[in-house]
Design a protein around this ligand. Structure first.
Ligand code: SF4
Length: 495
């Protein structure tokens, strides 16, 4: 069998950026390493795909033994069809140099129907292109497809006992939308084949296509001329304006005209601060914020897990479930105590019960509770009220005591060039307290904490459990210690 030229994924890559397709085919070594969080998303997608097979049980599997033998799947699929199999998983077809593997192919009374599984909760335009290239390849391979559907996650599903695949998944026909796109497919294939045949990479500069619809995995290569801190870091500036600046040769903040009418006050402040090396302090506003706080102060931070396939009863797909917190408690005289909670990583023990029991006890009944990005903690606490209505009064009282330490930085009451336009705690901490750093930690961001704990719950984690639990505790503890230190610096500023 002639080797295919395009797969479904390289077709989509070429649609996003022809240079990306060319580099993938000719300079694969330039591709960025897949980050752990993205790998976790891929793994989750595989698990969702396998579970969706239960919608059509009893099928035969045309998966290749390994990725390099994928063309064997084409032969196996044809054998299954010749043998009158009516449900085929990973059915694979090749036509006009395009190879496409479909998640589930089913024959019922009406004829053949195609099902492509996605772990997202809605259907994007890219999924329609994805379905169209599948439809094109399958139909031209001699299968008279009567329908093609996207199977996606229903985020309103609430787990109660065993997973109900018919409730977890929504099956949505995209037949009509695919027919609209279908006429463009042959020309696109011809164009993309020509791109691959070129002697050199297409001359395409960086742009909005580098992140839309997906983050391109050649950014490390194409963006290397853009410094780590550039106009692309001007906070809340529209991407089109950033690209306008870039297209006019304005890449660093030094080159930006601070009187540019497109910049708002906050963005101007960021630019001027960088150009002049100045620190901006709005002492009255900070003073007002600090003096409005009531002791003892509780510095609180949550860690959460989320999964496309709900793990625990009374939870929805992708719902953020609390499993850990750190709490520093500070009296007016400056004494500090630390409390924490980290759930047992166990499929059968919902982390939320132990979490809320201990949180209510640890938070006491008076004093403000300082968080960083209040909306997140508040939403999780409201979720807990829904789950444990018997604790509504206690949890509501915690919500009423929340104060957001992010506000002084978000509103630029305090800004230093070292924050590089960001008000996330990961940027504010090194700017204010350089001696405290996340860099030395084994787990240094919330996404990794979430992924690792989820893997531990599912028994898929391969590292040392005890060591990793300690790393999780250390990470969360630093988040609240960071707030203690940031608050201390703010207080010094207004003396
Ligand atoms: S980084 Fe941007 S320009 Fe480079 S290949 Fe990817 S999408 Fe194209």
């Amino acid at each position: 069998m002639t080797k295919y030229i395009l797969s479904k994924s390289t077709f989509l890559k070429g649609l996003q950026c022809e240079k990306s397709l060319y580099l993938y085919k000719h300079h694969y070594d330039l591709k960025d390493k897949t980050p752990a969080h993205l790998q976790a998303i891929f793994d989750q997608g595989n698990a969702v795909g396998l579970l969706a097979q239960e919608l059509f049980p009893g099928g035969v599997d045309a998966s290749p033994e390994d990725h390099f033998k994928i063309q064997e799947s084409v032969l196996r699929t044809q054998e299954f069809i010749d043998n009158s199999e009516s449900i085929i998983y990973e059915a694979t077809f090749q036509f006009n140099g395009v190879l496409a593997a479909l998640d589930i192919l089913v024959k019922d009374q009406e004829g053949w129907k195609a099902y492509e599984v996605k772990s997202s909760t809605s259907i994007s335009d890219t999924y329609i292109q994805d379905a169209a290239i599948q439809f094109y390849t399958i139909v031209n391979s001699g299968i008279d497809l009567k329908d093609i559907s996207i199977v996606h996650i229903n985020n309103q599903y609430i787990k109660n006992g065993d997973i109900s695949v018919h409730e977890l998944f929504t099956i949505e026909s995209v037949y009509d939308r695919v027919q609209e796109v279908l006429p463009t497919i042959p020309n696109t294939i011809t164009t993309l084949k020509k791109v691959i045949d070129q002697e050199t990479a297409p001359n395409i500069d960086i742009g909005i296509h580098c992140s839309k619809p997906y983050d391109c995995d050649f950014k490390g290569h194409c963006w290397k001329h853009v410094p780590e801190y550039s106009v692309f870091d001007i906070s809340n500036l529209r991407i089109n304006k950033k690209l306008d600046l870039y297209d006019n040769g304005i890449i660093t903040l030094d080159q930006v005209d601070p009187n540019d009418a497109a910049l708002n006050m906050s963005q101007k402040l960021q630019v001027v601060s960088e150009q002049e090396g100045t620190i901006h302090v709005d002492a009255p506003k900070i003073k007002n914020f600090i003096e409005g706080l009531e002791y003892p102060l509780y510095y609180l931070d949550f860690e959460t897990l989320s999964s496309a396939i709900p793990i625990y009863d009374q939870s929805r797909p992708y719902q953020q479930l609390v499993f850990q917190y750190s709490l520093h408690i500070q009296t007016e005289s400056g004494d500090i105590a630390h409390k924490e909670y980290l759930a047992k990583a166990d499929l059968h023990i919902d982390p939320r019960k132990g979490f809320i029991d201990k949180l209510i006890a640890d938070c006491g009944t008076r004093g403000d509770i300082i968080v960083y990005n209040l909306g997140f903690e508040k939403a999780r606490l409201n979720d807990l009220i829904n789950l444990f209505p018997e604790f509504e009064d206690e949890i509501s009282s915690i919500i009423d005591r929340l104060k957001d330490l992010m506000v002084p930085f978000q509103k630029k009451w305090y800004y230093t060039p070292a924050m590089k336009g960001s008000y996330s705690i990961k940027s504010v901490l090194p700017a204010l307290v350089p001696e405290l750093s996340y860099n030395d930690l084994d787990i240094s961001d919330g996404g990794s904490a979430s992924t690792i704990f989820t893997q531990m719950v599912q028994g898929a984690y391969t590292g040392d459990y005890d060591q990793t639990r300690n790393a999780l505790l250390e990470y969360c503890k630093l988040d609240t210690l960071a707030m203690v230190e940031i608050y201390r610096i703010l207080k010094i500023l207004i003396i």
